[in-house]
Design a protein around this ligand. Structure first.
Ligand SMILES: [Zn+2]
Length: 396
C-alpha cells in the first residue's frame, strides 16, 4: 500500500511537471532572477531567526520570498570541483554549461558560451537589466555579458560589456584595472561605446539615455577601486531603489529580464559576520519585495526566481558553545557597541551566540530555489544550476 501511494505520488508529480512544461511555449514576459551570492538555506534561516527574535518569538517570521509557492534545491558543483566559485556557478546559471572555477562565460576548453540574457535580447527582443550590490563587472553580473578565461580580467570584462547591448547594468562600482600594461578609464570607455554612466540617483533621474550604466555611489564618493556601498548611507542607491530604477528604465511595453545579485551576502559570510549577513539578506529581500509588487500587478506574465550560486561560510544555527539556544542579544550588544572584533573575538562571539561558521570559503551543499509566477513549477524539486537557462527559456 505504501509503495502504491508512493507510485501514485510520483506519477502525479511527473504529470504536474510535464503539464507545467508543455504549457510554457514561450518565456514569461517579465522575468526576475535573484541570485543571493553565497546564500544557503541556513543563511535564510539566520535572517528569519533574527526577524523572529525582533518580534519576540522563537520562529515563524518570514522573508518575502520564503512565502513563494515554489521551492526547489539546486546542485552547484563546477566542472572541476565539487565546490564551485562564483564565476563557474554564474556561468552555469547564465549559460547552462558547467565550467572550471575562475572561468567566466567560457567552457572548460575556453570556448565562449551564450548567456540566456543574450538569447532573450537578441532572439526574443527583451530589454535586459543586470545589477548587483557589488561592482558591476564582478563575477556574477559579468557571467551574463562577458566571456573570459579568468574572472579577474576586468579589462576584458569591461570591454565586452557594451557588446551585450544590455539596457541597464548597475552595481556598487566599476572595478578599474591595469593589467599587463593595459589601462583604461572604464567610465570614458563605456561612454564612448553608447552608455551613459550615471553615479547616484540624481544623475540617473537626469539621464535621458537608452543605455545606462548605474553606479550606486554618488560621483563625489566614487573611489577608483572597489566602491562597495553601505546600505545604511542615505546618499547611496540601495538595491531595492536600484530595482525601482531598473524597472522604470526598462518599462513594461517590451518584455524584460532582470538579474539582481545580492553580492555582499557572500562577502559577509566569507567574513563570518552573522549580523552583517542578516543586513545583507534583508536588503536583498527589499529588492525582491519590489519585484513581488510588480508581480501583483502583472501576475499572469511575471516569473520570479530567487536562488543562490553556492553556499558560503558553512553557517550553522547552533554551536558547541551555545547548546540548545541561540543568542541574538549577545550579537546585537556587540554590534551596537560598534566593536571591531579580532579574528579570535569573532570566533568566540560566533560560538557563544550559536551562529557559527565552519569555513571562510565556499561549501558544496545544495542551495534553495524559491519561485512564483508564470511557469514557476519548472523550478520546483531537485534541479541542477545548468538547467536554469533552459527552464527560463522554456526549452527543457
Ligand atoms: Zn558566489
Amino acid at each position: 500500500m505504501k509503495h502504491l501511494s508512493t507510485f501514485f505520488l510520483a506519477t502525479a508529480l511527473a504529470a504536474f511537471s510535464l503539464t507545467a512544461c508543455s504549457q510554457q511555449e514561450k518565456p514569461a514576459k517579465y522575468i526576475f532572477l535573484f541570485i543571493g551570492d553565497g546564500m544557503s538555506s541556513s543563511s535564510v534561516d539566520l535572517a528569519e531567526s533574527y526577524l523572529s527574535y525582533k518580534a519576540g518569538k522563537l520562529g515563524g517570521e518570514q522573508l518575502s520570498f520564503t512565502r513563494f509557492p515554489g521551492l526547489g534545491f539546486c546542485t552547484t558543483y563546477s566542472a572541476n570541483s565539487r565546490i564551485t566559485d562564483s564565476a563557474a556557478a554564474g556561468t552555469a546559471i547564465a549559460t547552462g554549461c558547467k565550467t572550471n572555477n575562475s572561468s567566466l562565460g567560457v567552457d572548460p576548453q575556453g570556448q565562449p558560451l551564450e548567456s540566456f540574457a543574450k538569447v532573450l535580447k537578441n532572439e526574443y527582443g527583451y530589454n535586459i537589466g543586470i545589477f548587483s550590490s557589488v561592482p558591476l563587472n564582478h563575477a556574477t553580473p559579468a557571467a551574463f555579458y562577458a566571456n573570459v578565461s579568468e574572472r579577474g580580467s576586468y579589462y576584458d570584462i569591461t570591454c565586452q560589456l557594451p557588446l551585450s547591448n544590455f539596457d541597464f547594468v548597475g552595481g556598487s562600482g566599476i572595478l578599474h584595472f591595469s593589467e599587463e600594461g593595459r589601462e583604461m578609464d572604464s567610465e570614458e570607455y563605456l561612454e564612448s561605446h553608447g552608455y551613459d554612466v550615471v553615479f547616484g540617483q540624481k544623475e540617473f533621474e537626469n539621464s535621458k539615455a537608452e543605455k545606462i550604466v548605474m553606479v550606486a555611489n554618488p560621483r563625489k564618493d566614487r573611489k577608483d577601486k572597489v566602491a562597495n556601498y553601505d546600505v545604511q548611507d542615505d546618499e547611496l542607491v540601495t538595491l531595492d531603489k536600484m530595482m525601482e530604477d531598473c524597472i522604470s528604465h526598462l518599462g513594461t511595453d517590451k518584455a524584460f529580464f532582470i538579474m539582481c545579485e545580492g553580492g555582499e551576502i557572500d562577502w559577509t559570510l566569507h567574513s563570518n559576520k552573522s549580523m552583517a549577513t542578516v543586513e545583507a539578506i534583508l536588503a536583498f529581500d527589499k529588492a525582491i519585495q519590489k519585484a513581488y509588487e510588480f508581480y501583483l500587478k502583472h501576475p499572469k506574465e511575471t516569473l520570479i526566481i530567487v536562488t543562490a550560486d553556492h553556499e558560503t561560510g558553512g553557517l550553522s544555527l547552533g554551536s558547541n558553545g551555545s547548546g540548545y539556544s541561540l543568542h541574538w542579544d549577545i550579537v546585537e550588544e556587540r554590534y551596537a557597541a560598534g566593536d571591531k572584533l579580532s579574528k579570535e573575538e569573532r570566533k568566540a562571539l560566533n560560538s557563544a551566540s550559536g551562529f557559527d561558521f565552519t569555513s571562510v570559503h565556499h561549501n558544496a551543499g545544495n542551495v534553495p530555489v524559491y519561485s512564483i509566477g508564470k511557469g514557476f513549477e519548472a523550478f520546483c524539486g531537485r534541479i541542477d544550476n545548468t538547467q536554469i537557462k533552459n527552464k527560463i527559456l522554456c526549452r527543457q
